[in-house]
Design a protein around this ligand. Sequence first.
Ligand code: FMN
Length: 207
Amino acid sequence: MDYGLEPEHARPRPSAAVLVLPPPQQAGGKPLLEALQQRCSAREFSPRELPLAVLSNLLWAAFGVNRPETGGRTAPSAHDWEEIDVYVATAGGLYVYDAHAHVLRKRLERDIRARTGSQDFVAEAPVNLVYVADLSRMVQASAQDKAQYAGPDAGFIAQNVYLFCAAEGLATVVRGMVDRPALASLMGLAPQQRIILAQSVGYPEAR
Ligand SMILES: Cc1cc2nc3c(=O)[nH]c(=O)nc-3n(C[C@H](O)[C@H](O)[C@H](O)COP(=O)(O)O)c2cc1C
């Protein structure tokens, strides 16, 4: 998948690119109680790609900015650290979601979807989200607190994705079965960046 990247002028790195997402839908949709009724994990995915508008809405629902005046986000985070970065692995490469600019910043040209988990379907899901905690943002926290809070902070984002997918008729499953050292190395993560969970998203496999 190649969403037609434009050069990123703000950061003059030779390989840098930014994908500007369309403005996210922030009204309407399926009633919350219906989405809760339909929330479930699914492990069979159609190879059909997500339209860019759907990807935009998905990322905004996951951990977008819902209060521009304060920079507040759609998921809570301990001490408002906002330490979780949402990485997006697609056939067209690996991106990180910049919620404040609502853009995707390209990190790798390669398709690493198959390496985001140990289950076969991860290679087929068009989008695999990887939730990465940047421990350096958790200022004045003990090592124990960092470990204790990063998990739930990623979990709130994952539940937003579950509910968005339930509302939109998408399939999803959150995943802890990830070879974290191998994936962190492949993603080029720094030592203070820790992979917490991954989550596959796509259209359900047609039967
Ligand atoms: C922290 C966490 C880690 C999980 N890891 C995986 C995983 O690696 N692979 C997988 O297929 N499902 C995984 N799941 C999904 C659970 O298996 C699933 O939520 C559970 O079976 C209940 O099914 P439901 O989500 O349809 O209600 C995980 C769920 C959570 C909350």
